[in-house]
Every structure is written in structure tokens, then in C-alpha cells.
Design a protein around this ligand. Structure first.
Ligand SMILES: [Zn+2]
Length: 256
């Protein structure tokens, strides 16, 4: 029998805005000073693709990034050239515009008006919030980055730069591929330090991240997991394994 999954399940809801942004309803109600959520597919005729560096579509895509900035009130939007690594950048710069950090899969800030973003399309968007300090971290959690320790690194940057304590953190694991849709080879289990199966097996990446968060000192009550799978169940999100090349972004920041 599988172990009971860590973390409470929540279902993101689309907020009323110009962009298709799906929010954590408890965080929306409890932390009104927070900007948070994940963009979705949007209108079928004109998908809300935010893939930054793709395929000669830069002008069209940049218009959507600007719409996202306007809808969230962000002054400065930060993103990274994601490499499935564990590097986490600390952002306190307030200069307006879109900033892209080299080789970065995670971001930390406590500066109002700075909007952290990561691209996802099956990988886990990992959001960490310290409600007392009003400090946030947003991490791109594919299996390689998780194996490289991006969750632990993100928590450490919050501790070192902002004196956050793991026990005070709220952690949300957003829309990502579910275990029913995600069969992986033994190398993924090996990479994550889990017992290696002899053949391809299903993997619940969010359950693994939740266990790591607990080991890092986050309280079980502080962990929530999205009900959404990016691939199945009529998902309003792009799925790489589902054959989509577009990308949504997760966003997290403090209202200006
Ligand atoms: Zn699924």
C-alpha cells in the first residue's frame, strides 16, 4: 500500500484578470500582499505561451510577458536561463524591466514589486513563503534540479540572506506531471537517492519534494500540493510530455 502523501491538496483557481493566472486560493485569501500563481493555456485560439527564447516568436511572446507584468503590478520581472541545476539568485535590485539571470533555476527576494518567475511544463514549480518576514523563493523543480539539491539550496538562501527559519515556511508544489503520467527509468530513482527499480516505474515527483521539504525542517502543516496534473484530467496547463512545446510560468513576489 502506498504511503499517505505528505501535504494538503489544493486546487488553484483562475483569477479574474487579463492573463490566465491560476492562484492558490488559501494564499490569495490569507496573504493579500502576495502575488502568486501559475499561468495557464488561456484561449485555445491564442495560447498564452511564455517560452522566452523560442523559435522566432520573441516579439509575440514578449507582449505576453509585458501583460503578465501589468496584471501583477510588478515593477521588475526576474527569470533565468534554466539549466536543471541548483543555482539560486537573490534579488533586491528594483530597476524596472525584465531581468534574465544566467544558469539559474531558482530565485529569492523580499523586495516589493519584484516578481520571480520560472518556466515549467511538467516540472514542479516550488513556491516558498515566509509570511512573517514576507520573504519568498520560487524554484524550478525538474528531477535533475531536485537531485542537485535546488530545494535545499533555496531554503538555505532564505536562511542566509533573510534569516528565515525552515519551520516558518509555507511550501506549495504547483501544477506538475502526476505519477500516473510520469514513468521514468532507474536513473531517475538513482539520481534522487531512491531505491532503484529494475524497469521503468512511475514517479510522484511532488511527493518526493514534499518529503525533502519535511527533512529540511518545514512543518507538514505548511506543505500544500496542487491537485492539477499538467498532462491529464483536462488540464488548463501546457504539458511537455503531452506534446506541447509552449511554456507556462509560475510567479511569486510581494505586491508593490
Ligand atoms: Zn496526470
Amino acid at each position: 500500500m502506498p504511503a499517505e502523501r505528505l501535504g494538503r491538496t489544493v486546487t488553484e483557481v483562475q483569477r479574474d484578470a487579463d492573463v490566465p493566472l491560476w492562484e492558490h486560493p488559501e494564499w490569495r485569501d490569507g496573504f493579500p500582499w502576495l502575488v502568486q500563481g501559475v499561468t495557464g493555456v488561456g484561449a485555445a485560439a491564442e495560447p498564452f505561451d511564455l517560452a522566452l527564447f523560442g523559435d522566432g516568436r520573441t516579439g509575440e511572446v514578449m507582449g505576453r510577458w509585458q501583460a503578465l507584468g501589468r496584471a501583477t503590478g510588478a515593477m521588475r520581472v526576474v527569470h533565468g536561463y534554466q539549466v536543471h541545476g541548483a543555482a539560486v539568485c537573490f534579488h533586491s535590485e528594483e530597476t524596472p524591466g525584465l531581468h534574465v539571470s544566467p544558469d539559474t533555476d531558482g530565485h529569492v527576494s523580499a523586495t516589493p514589486g519584484v516578481l520571480l518567475t520560472v518556466s515549467v511544463a511538467d516540472c514542479v514549480p516550488i513556491s516558498l513563503v515566509d509570511p512573517e518576514l514576507r520573504a519568498v523563493a520560487l524554484l524550478h523543480g525538474g528531477w535533475r534540479g531536485i537531485a542537485a539539491g535546488i530545494l535545499e539550496r533555496g531554503i538555505r538562501v532564505l536562511e542566509e540572506r533573510l534569516s528565515a527559519r525552515p519551520a516558518d515556511l509555507r511550501v506549495h508544489l504547483g501544477p506538475a506531471i502526476c505519477s500516473e503520467c510520469y514513468e521514468v527509468g532507474p536513473e531517475v530513482y538513482r539520481g534522487l537517492g531512491l531505491p532503484e527499480p529494475s524497469r521503468p516505474e512511475r514517479m510522484d515527483l511532488r511527493a518526493h519534494v514534499a518529503e525533502r521539504a519535511l527533512r529540511a525542517g518545514v512543518g507538514e502543516d505548511g506543505i500544500t500540493v496542487s491537485k492539477h496534473c499538467t498532462r491529464c484530467g483536462g488540464s488548463p496547463f501546457f504539458s511537455h510530455r503531452g506534446g506541447r512545446s509552449e511554456r507556462q510560468v509560475a510567479v511569486l513576489g510581494l505586491s508593490p
